[in-house]
Design a binder for this molecule. Structure first.
Ligand SMILES: [Zn+2]
Length: 378
């Protein structure tokens, strides 16, 4: 049942045993870095709990539950910036109801760190003394931001980054991408198979990585000549901007399809408008989430390149992440290692800004400006 999620053998064994023995706890908190498939994992456990087959993964009931249309398996997506009391209250009131078709009811709550304190406190009472048929699966990338009283009442299940070898096997076996490129992308994915999957899609399609690396390497070989729009920084940001526009177009097309479906589905205007509004909110969030991810991926490409220049300058070339570009790295690494280290510190600060939703373009421009200062002082 966890076929789509590589690694995490301990978490899988824990839940398989609990399901076999009928000893599934009432509240779990799945925690660990982003990109490890935690929400997907929680949904799979939910499917196993509500499907009468116990989660074979192939029958019609499993398939329905996976698509999110099983009445006893609910995934609570936040409706606003955070999960507010008003969103949790009706759900808690509904908990006392018997399951609709299954023996149990399961709630999956992604982004548990986004619970407002009042909403968390409301939920806490249900987690402490849940009706016998109710199970909670909370998920977070940042356990330090989850209310401690929530954490202490859940069984905490930690997810760990995969090894490079595991990601490499995933890229080869699932994504069909091997060789030196597969090895490089596995290293660049830093233990996340979801990131690896994005990089594999890029390697099959847009080749943003090649473009980013091309422009970044020009930063270091005095690529300041040429027209302004051809300068490395402008060119780099141009690639990212094109990607952001493509994401906006894709999500807009998805939204229009979804709105057409809703128009056909709901005759009542009030109901239809309510669903339309929700679809618009979720689309906007998805667009923002993917744009931020694209910016973070772009930044990570820069960081990996500078890091590789640093290890190459230190004669530790075996440790490079971009191992499919080892020759270019050897040719390019000529600044003193301290310069690269200073650039990495700048990039780390920029990554934090991007994670916190600061204006992407400004943040990256600022980073490149400081890179240039460092290079000039070399
Ligand atoms: Zn099944």
């Amino acid at each position: 049942m966890f076929d789509g999620i590589p690694g995490q053998e301990r978490a899988k064994a824990l839940f398989r045993r609990a399901l076999d023995e009928g000893a599934v706890s009432h509240a779990y908190l799945l925690t660990g870095p982003e990109g490890l498939g935690k929400v997907q994992f929680a949904r799979e456990v939910g499917v196993a709990l509500v499907a009468s087959c116990g989660g074979c993964g192939t029958c019609a009931e499993c398939e329905r539950a996976r698509r999110g249309v099983h009445p006893d398996l609910r995934v609570i997506e936040r409706e606003g910036e955070r999960v507010r009391l008003e969103q949790v209250e009706p759900l808690v009131a509904e908990l006392a109801l018997k399951p609709f078709t299954a023996e149990r009811r399961v709630w999956v709550l992604p982004e548990a760190e986004q619970l407002m304190p009042e909403a968390a406190n409301k939920l806490l009472k249900s987690i402490e003394e849940p009706p016998a048929h109710v199970h909670f699966l909370l998920v977070t990338d940042r356990i330090e931001r989850v209310l401690p009283t929530i954490v202490s009442r859940c069984q905490v299940v930690e997810f760990h980054p995969l090894s490079d070898a595991e990601v490499e096997a995933y890229l080869r076996d699932v994504q069909g991408l091997g060789g030196e490129e597969g090895r490089a992308l596995a290293r660049l994915a830093r233990g996340s198979f979801e990131r690896a999957a994005r990089f594999a899609a890029d390697a099959r399609g847009a080749h943003l990585r090649d473009q980013y690396l091309h422009h970044v390497s020009r930063l270091f070989d005095g690529g300041e000549d040429g027209t302004p729009e051809k300068r490395p920084v402008a060119a780099f940001l141009g690639v990212l901007e094109a990607r952001t526009r493509a994401i906006a177009d894709e999500t807009q097309a998805d939204l229009e399809r979804r709105l057409a479906e809703l128009d056909a589905q709901f005759a009542d205007e009030k109901t239809r408008n309510w669903h339309r509004k929700r679809a618009e909110v979720f689309t906007r969030r998805e667009r923002d989430r993917r744009s931020r991810q694209a910016a973070l991926d772009a930044l990570d490409m820069v960081v990996a390149w500078v890091r590789d220049l640093l290890v190459t300058a230190c004669d530790a070339g075996d440790a490079v992440l971009n191992c499919d570009h080892a020759a270019e790295l050897s040719a390019a690494a000529d600044v003193r290692p301290e310069q690269y280290a200073r650039m990495l510190a700048t990039a780390a600060a920029t990554r934090k800004d991007l994670y916190l939703n600061v204006d992407q373009k400004l943040a990256l421009q600022g980073m490149f400006a400081r890179f240039e200062e460092v290079a000039r002082s070399a």
